[in-house]
Design a protein around this ligand. Structure first.
Ligand SMILES: [Cu+2]
Length: 132
């Protein structure tokens, strides 16, 4: 699409944008605790992600989420699989077909994991700090 915005309209948009940024900055400066708590609560409540287990592989193999996200693994294979991270932070029971396992990642970091029944099945959850 070709954009031919007239200069007056563009200036009005910039003013609105700067006004919104200014209000947000003022609020953040005046109410730092409220803003931080509100942001954290929204992130935790809204965040979930899924890793499919199919054909003896994790999809996606590398998943990036923000802290507070609940990740659910779902076994869509005919064989059982069992999730275990390499640092012992989380592990599932053996998951039969259509079984799932969830873990909430509170702390940022990298969490490499395997299927402990088939150790050649590998995956990683990368947890970024909330608000980044
Ligand atoms: Cu497995």
């Amino acid at each position: 699409m070709l954009t031919t915005m007239n200069p007056a309209s563009r200036r009005r948009r910039m003013t609105l944008l700067l006004g919104a940024v200014g209000v947000a900055a003022l609020l953040a400066a005046a109410l730092p605790e409220l803003t931080a708590a509100g942001a954290a609560a929204v992130t935790a409540a809204a965040s979930s992600a899924t890793v499919d287990i199919d054909n003896f592989a994790f999809t996606p193999a590398a998943l990036t989420v923000t802290a507070g996200t609940t990740v659910t693994w779902k076994n869509e294979d005919d064989s059982p699989h069992r999730i275990g991270d390499k640092n012992g932070t989380f592990k599932s029971a053996a998951l039969d077909t259509d079984d799932s396992f969830s873990h909430t990642f509170a702390a940022p970091g990298e969490y490499p994991y395997i299927c402990t029944i088939h150790p050649y099945m590998v995956g990683t959850i990368i947890v970024k700090p909330a608000g980044s």
